[in-house]
Design a protein around this ligand. Structure first.
Ligand SMILES: Nc1ncnc2c1ncn2[C@@H]1O[C@H](COP(=O)(O)OP(=O)(O)OP(=O)(O)O)[C@@H](O)[C@H]1O
Ligand SMILES: [Mg+2]
Length: 261
């Protein structure tokens, strides 16, 4: 069926991969997103920052269609995500992988089985190919020696890295990382930053990374968006955010607690 003439259409700029247009979302009485506008180009790495509870995870979930906006539009790779029915989401899930904040591993599956899961779901059946790709993904996060462990026997950082291996294994065009560095020591954190950079350089992956780590931001981001009071309060390069005269931005990036005042 043809879309009505008034139906919103994605940007006609072929470089644009993700577009959130005036996205509003409330849960009960609480308005979380109050008109989010954000555009990402193919191959771009955007870091999303902002105080806890402001809606960073909720924003990412809109992009993969796990949460739908009350109003506004979400486009990914030219598809109108929030107009797709649940059973029509497969192409979005193929294009976009997400590392969930708590890693969201299956406790009854080994590390190897957890990482293989999305690859098998996507239709790869050749066991040797699955094994090779699992090892490759685990090597990228320095976990290749822990294939047979179950998640309850892993440290917090190892669980996080297993989640990352699972997010990268399908070589999606876009990867959303919800706090990939939290709970990692500085070296573990640097391994993840280097991996994110490699994915971008080698495969042109488009990424959004929620992080509180300013050192990571300066290493990996093309742009930084700060979510504050339901809107994108700041959008610019890492150098621009560092130089921003805005006290809300400065308090946040310098860890001063009056940011939410
Ligand atoms: N499914 C849901 N039902 C009701 N409220 C929700 C739901 N998901 C998120 N929220 C609320 O939306 C707000 C934003 O949550 P979100 O998880 O996006 O915050 P965040 O910015 O990712 O915070 P953090 O840095 O702590 O992870 C919170 O108040 C949260 O309680
Ligand atoms: Mg979150």
């Amino acid at each position: 069926m043809a879309a009505p003439a008034s139906s919103p259409t994605p940007s006609n700029d072929a470089d644009v991969f993700i577009e959130l247009r005036d996205v509003h979302k409330r849960f009960g009485k609480q308005e979380i997103l109050c008109g989010i506008n954000l555009t990402l180009k193919h191959g771009e790495t955007l870091c999303l920052i902002g105080p806890s509870g402001e809606g960073k995870t909720v924003t990412m979930k809109h992009i993969i269609g796990l949460i739908r906006p009350d109003s506004g539009d979400v486009f990914v790779g030219g598809m109108h995500v929030n107009k797709l029915k649940d059973r029509e989401m497969a192409p979005i899930r193929q294009k976009v992988s997400m590392l969930f904040q708590g890693a969201a591993l299956f406790d009854r599956m080994t590390v190897e089985e957890n990482v293989a899961f999305p690859l098998i779901e996507s239709g790869v059946r050749d066991k040797a190919e699955v094994k090779r790709r699992v090892l490759e993904a685990l090597e990228a996060v320095d976990l290749a020696e822990h294939l047979e462990k179950y998640p309850p026997a892993l440290s917090g950082g190892m669980r996080k890295r297993t989640g990352i291996a699972r997010a990268i294994i399908c070589r999606s065009e876009c990867i959303l990382y919800d706090e990939p560095n939290s709970g990692l020591d500085p070296i573990g954190s640097d391994i993840i930053d280097q991996m994110i950079l490699r994915m971008q350089k080698r495969f042109g992956v488009t990424s959004i990374i929620v992080t509180h780590d300013m050192r990571s931001i300066f290493k990996i981001a093309n742009r930084v968006a700060m979510l504050y009071r339901g809107k994108i309060h700041f959008l610019g390069t890492p150098d621009e955010i560092r130089a921003s005269p805005d006290p809300i931005v400065q308090n946040f990036i310098n860890g001063r607690s009056d940011v939410t005042g």
